[in-house]
Write a protein that binds this ligand. Structure first.
Ligand SMILES: Cc1ncc(COP(=O)(O)O)c(C=O)c1O
Length: 357
């Protein structure tokens, strides 16, 4: 079947009163975006992406608009990058564990998927010698999430730069999904796109700003490649969604306000989660990033987190079982929802951990 096992699961099984399965920021209400109805346009010129929106995205990166491709969410941004670069039989090298749709897209496109490890024991930083061994003249793309989904760990910029050089040696590109980058606030490393022309960076207003409903995603890469991606969009939709792009532009004009909202939610929740992980040290191991909105703890005494998930459902609480990230003993914990919900969800999680022993 042509599908993403994880997205189908998330649609039907992740929602809960105490939702610790959600990896993004609590969704905005209309009042969080200062907008007047007369600022919205239903139709307008949007054949190559809405110009003012592309300018706003480019300005965020200190780039020019011809480096920008707009797309419905990071999901479509990733798809466009992969579909532009991968032909049937090409090799693609994808981190393990990773965000499952990235694997499904590569397989859907008929690429030969190879993997390089991001190990818990190495703080989820890659082993560059191992990565190099998987490269070949047929490698077209290396795929990485940073901050990493599921662990929240940021890949060291020097490591990324080295991966960019290795990719360039075999004529490949590096796709960097940076959808969790903006909640690093002042600690955010430069976007990978600043590291050189082999890099393609994707992002959206979904995870860090709680604006997933706008489906405002984008790609940054060198202009010729960006143009190839825009031509590919002609096969799918041709024109961007004008009302949504207008709202997205307004969001960009109020990014400081939206960032402040994100910080207000994330900072107290981070303290709660870090304290919880310390208290649960005999049940859980975890690589704890200084900043993130997800963590990926490992059960010390069980090999599969599915029973923990099933038990938690009885107290209206959800986590993501590690099997969706090819590491069943782990689970992903998201904590960018209401602080009170995180507090109660963690209480339920602590109780469930005691019950499973
Ligand atoms: C790494 C990663 N990329 C992309 C997405 C999808 O983002 P969007 O809502 O912008 O399509 C997610 C959502 O969980 C994600 O974790």
């Amino acid at each position: 079947m042509k599908n993403s096992v994880y997205i189908t699961w998330a649609k039907y099984h992740a929602a809960a009163r105490y939702n610790l399965a959600n990896s993004g920021l609590l969704g905005c209400e209309l009042r969080d975006l200062p907008v007047r109805l007369d600022e919205i346009e239903l139709n307008g010129q949007n054949g190559e992406g809405y110009g003012p929106l592309k300018e706003a995205i480019a300005a965020k990166y200190g780039a020019e608009p011809d480096h920008v491709v707009t797309a419905p969410g990071t999901s479509m941004a990733n798809f466009l990058a992969c579909a532009t670069l991968l032909e049937r039989g090409d090799e693609v090298l994808i981190e393990q564990p990773t965000y499952e749709p990235l694997l499904s897209v590569a397989r859907y496109l008929g690429a030969e998927v190879k993997r390089f490890a991001r190990l818990f024991e190495q703080g989820y930083q890659p082993d560059l010698d191992e990565l190099r061994r998987h490269l070949s003249p047929r490698t077209r793309l290396i795929v990485i999430t940073s901050p990493h989904n599921p662990s929240g760990v940021v890949m060291e910029p020097a490591t990324l730069a080295r991966i960019g050089e290795m990719a360039a040696e075999v004529g490949a590109h590096v796709l960097l999904d940076e959808v969790y980058r903006d909640i690093l606030f002042e600690d955010a490393p430069p976007s990978a796109v600043r590291l050189g022309p082999s890099f393609i960076a994707t992002n959206s207003l979904t995870k860090s700003y709680g604006l997933g409903g706008l489906r405002c995603g984008w790609i940054l890469c060198e202009p010729q490649l960006a143009e190839r991606m825009r031509r590919l969009t002609d096969l799918f939709y041709g024109h961007g969604p004008m009302p949504s792009d207008k709202l997205s532009l307004i969001a960009f004009q109020h990014l400081d306000q939206l960032t402040a909202r994100a910080r207000t939610l994330i900072e107290p929740n981070t303290r709660l989660v870090h304290d919880f992980l310390r208290e649960q040290a005999d049940a859980l191991d975890c690589v704890v990033p200084p900043r993130s909105m997800i963590v990926f703890p490992r059960l010390k005494r069980q090999t599969d987190s599915q029973p923990l998930h099933d038990l938690l459902r009885q107290s209206e609480t959800s986590i993501v079982p590690g099997k969706f990230f090819e590491t069943p003993a782990h689970f992903r914990l998201g904590f960018a929802v209401k602080t009170e919900d995180v507090r109660v969800g963690l209480e339920h999680l602590g109780r469930a951990l005691r019950m499973i022993g």
